[in-house]
Design a protein. Structure first.
Lengths: 420, 480
């Protein structure tokens, strides 16, 4: 499962050593054979590498879905049971008869029909009114806050997943522990010493790292490894190269049997599913869908996006289910802020504050609607008040899903929730 | 001092204080005494040449129209169209401004001034969707780049871009907004730990009434100003904003904070506190004369010591400007420079937040490094771009509008695009002495010391042009 050619290049030692150590540990555990000492895998053990695959199903995956632009949560999960909603949104409210009802108060936007089945299966949880104190209405700043997990007046240069990588826990020490299916890496995925890897197409990255020039640069690079910044560049190259080989070689044989809708977003999810289903030891995946800044003529635009989102997500979850991976996967969806309760004059909505988050998975503890619907009669200058801090959601995931202490990552302890 | 030794020092100086140096200039300069070279560098940067992309009158007219349209509740269809038209124009001009700044860095003959402008651009980090405000702030940073830090600080504090960005428009008597006061001390002058929450509260009151008017000029609104007594750093008085700035500058911590940041930008990510102290003392004693501090730094022996040469990771701007400058690159579609900045993580005029770009190793992750290593062949050999990068969150409204026009299926698929740039190879090759070997070219283009791998790689006689593309694609080229 690993590119064995790597072992021939002395320059790859640091990372391959890590890989082989891991394999050996897996191998040893599987055979009940206990030994300590040498870091090197004896040659005769190599053919047994494949055995480690069995254990991979124990890996829990987190998929973070970012809706960029500030998705209007109130037209996503519609509080159709509340008259205030209809009073404040004269021309853009979703009519009660069109809402996909989940209970007496809230229901889904009709464009999200694909998620009804998912919801009914108990694979979906809706958390209402997630936000943070002193909310910022700038896209950039609020996204920064969500991605770094900072307070609203605090500037962090590392992301929450990045700091999880930095924590160097048992399960997050590989350079491919966190993958973003994109061209560039989001701040959320950048730690102080470790960073996630961004790739849209594993084959393309593999080709690039196997370019003769790139390979030549990696030959005999040992002399750099102790130097500060140059060493860091070479370490990044080596890790990129070994990750690219690992990801490509692990995932290339996998063929998805499910069909996905044709959209860029669904393609990203399809790639994630391929990685998860082929047993990649990645723990965190990050994808995003943008265009939610609907100041003008919201209905059609948001409708299209929600349709793309829901159809992509439904295909993804069913695909995981058919591969027995749904129980090992947790998906969360967030946006940098919700929108104001009252619509504007252009049949759209302006930047607001608290918003709903979605959680998907095969092992949810609390399914359906997690907490009370937004209180539309108790607003903060026209905006929803938050019930839950988004870092409680992160904290819950860090503690209960990624098995680290959330205080180590979030800089203070956040109370966990019981959705997982 | 040998010429060879001086050659390397001048090269280092121009890489850090500017964006590189041509071989011809380097040869000439190396014959001079190093102190003379530093004097020349400062002299070359005396001239302040502002960006005048945006016509003052036109932009003010737009502001007025826009302010009127925003104040109105129900817009007619024509007014809606007009507002959208203004937003579209502003976005377009903002992109032009970005290109004007990076092009200026590429072509400037006042390299130290532009490098310092880039430094202040990150130090006084600001976003403004009004390109006239953004240009104004950029010009303030350029005009005072090597002047008095006090003047710079006061002018930045009074610029509409910063007043807007840090919510001082909302800072009124009885209802203070502390955002500006906090960042003034935390990020612009003293640094964390050198003031109290009480100092922030009190000084915020002093800045009440610091605003800009509907024409986009600074105005002090007496009726919104809190004239009461304030206690600031133990002093009691009826302090105005300027008094607060004076008190902040009296504190040596401010000189230390700025000197440390300058050191990290020009010398080393990991500051040597002895050297920082030297710089800070000089800065403080010179009454915050920026040029004096820079001269002190560039004439210090430690500036040229091995741990400070070829060890800094270039910022995306330094990387793109340096490469374009070195090879006399013209961009036929300069928008590609914005795409490259954004994919590499430094979209000028769009810092991540008021703390600016964190810099150092945070520039590098697997994708940004792979891209950096491919850019020379894209730019110098007009390669095909197969990445699209991420949308800036502030552009979401534009994306939302354009989505209606495109079908969902192909929203993420783009036609093939090329960098569409020309390197002036004859000009570049002309700057090189006759008979220059590939190895000598490598020694010139790279700042880190060469190792055996590189010397072997470039010794197979590929010709200077191929060698240049190869060298600039190396990880070593990411350092300066």
């Amino acid at each position: 499962m690993f590119d064995r050619r790597l072992a021939k290049h002395p320059g790859h030692e640091p990372s391959t050593k890590k890989l082989y150590t891991m394999n050996r540990r897996n191998f040893l555990r599987n055979t009940g054979f206990v030994a300590a000492g040498s870091l090197f895998v004896p040659a005769f053990m190599k053919p047994l590498e494949a055995m480690a695959l069995d254990e991979l199903s124990l890996y829990k995956n987190l998929v973070v879905v970012q809706l960029s632009g500030g998705n209007d949560g109130l037209n996503t999960v519609i509080p159709f049971g509340n008259d205030i909603y209809y009073q404040k949104r004269k021309s853009i409210a979703i009519k009660p008869e069109e809402v996909i009802r989940l209970n007496d108060m809230q229901g889904l936007n009709p464009n999200m029909a694909a998620l009804q089945e998912i919801y009914d299966q108990g694979w979906m949880t809706i958390i209402n009114d997630v936000g943070y104190p002193n909310p910022d209405r700038s896209h950039f700043r609020s996204m920064d806050i969500w991605q770094t997990g900072s307070d609203s007046n605090q500037f962090l240069s590392t992301g929450w997943i990045g700091r999880y990588l930095d924590s160097n826990c048992q399960t997050c020490k590989f350079p491919y522990t966190a993958i973003e299916v994109d061209d560039s890496l989001s701040l959320a995925m950048k730690g102080q010493t470790k960073k996630g890897i961004a790739l849209k197409d594993p084959a393309a990255l593999f080709r690039n790292t196997n370019d003769p020039f790139f390979k030549a640069m990696l030959q005999n690079d040992k002399e750099h490894l102790d130097e500060d910044n140059l060493g860091y560049l070479y370490k990044t190259m080596i890790e990129t190269s070994s990750s690219a080989s690992y990801i490509q070689n692990t995932s290339k044989v996998y063929q998805s049997k499910s069909t996905y809708p044709t959209s860029g977003f669904a393609n990203q999810l399809k790639t994630v599913s391929k990685f998860i289903s082929s047993g990649l030891k990645t723990r965190v995946y990050y994808v995003s869908l943008s265009g939610f800044d609907t100041h003008v003529n919201q209905i059609g635009q948001q409708g299209n996006l929600l349709k793309q989102y829901s159809e992509g997500m439904a295909a993804f979850l069913k695909d995981l289910k058919s591969n027995n991976k749904l129980e090992d996967t947790l998906v969360i969806t967030f946006s940098e802020f919700g929108r104001r309760v009252e619509q504007n004059a252009s049949n759209g909505t302006d930047h607001g504050t608290a918003n709903n988050m979605f959680v998907f998975g095969g092992k949810l503890k609390k399914q359906g609607i997690f907490n009370a619907a937004p209180n539309l009669s108790d607003l903060d200058t026209g905006d929803l008040k938050y019930q839950l801090d988004f870092r409680q959601v992160y904290g819950t995931i860090l503690d209960k899903w990624l098995d680290v202490n959330n205080a180590d990552i979030l800089n203070k302890k956040f109370n966990t929730l019981d959705f997982i | 001092m040998s010429t060879k030794d001086n050659f390397l020092k001048v090269k280092h100086l121009y890489n850090r204080a500017g964006f590189g140096v041509s071989y011809t200039d380097l040869q000439k300069l190396s014959k001079k005494n190093l102190d003379k070279v530093v004097d020349n560098l400062l002299k070359d940067s005396q001239k302040d040449d502002p960006i005048n992309l945006i016509n003052d009158f036109e932009s003010k007219r737009q502001l007025l129209v826009q302010a009127g349209l925003y104040a109105k509740k129900d817009l007619t269809d024509d007014e809606k169209k007009m507002r959208q038209q203004i937003i579209r124009e502003q976005n377009e001009v903002s992109r032009d401004l970005n290109i004007a700044f990076i092009t200026k860095m590429i072509n400037t003959d006042a390299p130290l001034r532009e490098k310092m402008t880039l430094f202040w651009h990150g130090h006084f980090a600001c976003r403004s969707n009004n390109p006239f405000f953004a240009q104004q702030l950029n010009n303030i940073q350029r005009a005072n780049a090597l002047g008095s830090f006090k003047t710079l600080l006061v002018e930045v504090s009074k610029s509409p871009a910063m007043l807007q960005y840090l919510n001082n428009q909302q800072n009124k008597k009885g209802k203070p907004n502390e955002n500006f006061a906090r960042e003034l001390m935390e990020l612009f002058t003293l640094g964390r730990g050198n003031y109290t929450e009480q100092d922030i509260k009190e000084s915020a009151r002093s800045f009440t009434g610091w605003m800009y008017d509907k024409d986009g000029s600074f105005i002090f609104r007496q009726n919104l100003h809190d004239t009461g007594t304030k206690t600031f750093f133990g002093k009691i008085g009826n302090f105005e904003g300027e008094n607060i700035i004076d008190i902040i500058l009296e504190k040596p911590e401010t000189a230390q904070f700025i000197a440390r940041k300058v050191y990290q930008f020009f010398v080393n990510d990991n500051p040597n506190e002895t050297h920082v102290k030297e710089l800070a003392t000089h800065f403080y004693n010179s009454k915050y004369d920026i040029a004096a501090m820079m001269k002190k730094m560039f004439t210090s022996d430690w500036f040229y010591s091995p741990e400070n040469v070829g060890t800094k990771i270039k910022s995306p701007a330094e990387f793109l400007v340096g490469l374009s400058r070195e090879f006399y690159v013209t961009y036929n579609k300069p928008q590609v420079l914005i795409q490259l900045q954004s994919s590499l993580g430094q979209y000028l005029f769009n810092p991540p937040n008021v703390a600016g770009w964190p810099g150092g190793q945070s520039w590098i992750d697997s994708s940004s490094l792979m891209l950096r290593m491919r850019i020379p062949s894209l730019v110098l050999n007009d390669g095909e771009i197969d990445f699209s990068g991420k949308a800036d969150p502030e552009d979401e409204a534009v994306i939302a509008l354009s989505r209606t026009a495109t079908t969902n299926a192909n929203a993420n698929m783009k036609p093939k695009s090329y960098v569409n740039a020309n390197a002036d190879w004859p000009k570049f090759l002309n700057t090189l002495p006759k008979g220059l070997t590939p190895l000598a070219l490598t020694e010139f283009l790279l700042q880190p010391k060469l190792n055996t791998k590189i010397t072997t790689m470039v010794s197979d006689n590929k010709g200077l042009r191929s060698t240049a593309v190869e060298i600039t694609s190396m990880p070593e080229y990411q350092l300066c």
